[in-house]
Write a new protein. Sequence first.
Length: 264
Amino acid sequence: MKIKGLKLAKKAFAVRPRRYSIKWLLPNFLTICALIFGMQAIYQAFFQNWNMVITMLIIAALFDLLDGRVARLLKSTSDFGMHLDSLSDFVVFGTVPAVTIYLWMDKPENSIFWICIVLFVICASLRLARYNSELSDRPSYAKNYFTGIPTPAAAFLVLLPIAAIPLFELIFLKSELYIGIWLILISIGMVSNLPTFSGKVMQIPRALVIPFLVLLGLLSISIISNPIKGFTILVLIYLVSLPVSPFFYYRLRKKAEELQAKKN
C-alpha cells in the first residue's frame, strides 16, 4: 500500500506544471487586487475617511465580480483560485465592514455591541463556506438565486448607515441599539435560507431593454457625480428586493416541480 501511495504521489508531482500562463495568473491577480482595495478601505477607516472606505470597497467588489468571470472566460478556473477568492472575500467583505462600523461608532466598550460585530464575522465565514459547498448542487431553476444574503451584499448593507444616516439626517439612528439590531438582522440573513437575486443569468424582456439602459445610465451618472449617494440608492434598491425575491423563486420552483411530476 505504501509503494502504491508513493507511486501516486510521484505521478501527481510529475504532472504538476512547472510554468503557468498569464491567463491562469490574471484571475488570481484580480482577486489580489480586491484584497488590496479591501485593506486600503480599512486603512482609510483608521483615519475616519468614511467616504473613501465605501469607495475602496466598491472598487474591491468590482474586482471580485471580474475575477470569476475572467477565469471562466479564459477557461482557467482552479481550486486554488476558488480558495483564494473565498479567503479574500472573508477579509474584504466579512472583516473590513465589521471593523469599519465599529470604528465609525467610536469604538464602544459595550460588550453586547461587540458580540454583534463578532456575530457578523462568524456568519460571513459560514455563508462563504456554504456557498462553496453548494456550487455544484444548485438546480437549474435556482441558478439566478443565492441562498441567503451574499457576503459582498451583506458588507454593503452593514455600511449603509454610514452613508444613509448623514444623507437623510437620521442622526438618532446612530446608536448601539439600532446598529446592533441592524448587524444581527444582516447576520441572520446571510445564514438563512432566504432566496436572493444573484443577477447572474438575469434576462431583460425586449420591450424593457431601452428603459433598462436609460435606468442604468441614470444610476451611472449618479454614482459618478456623487458616489456615496449612488451607493445609497443601489443598496436601498437591493434592500427592497430581499422580500420580493422569494416570491419569484418559489414560483419557479413550483413550475419545475410540476414539470418533473409530468415527466414521472
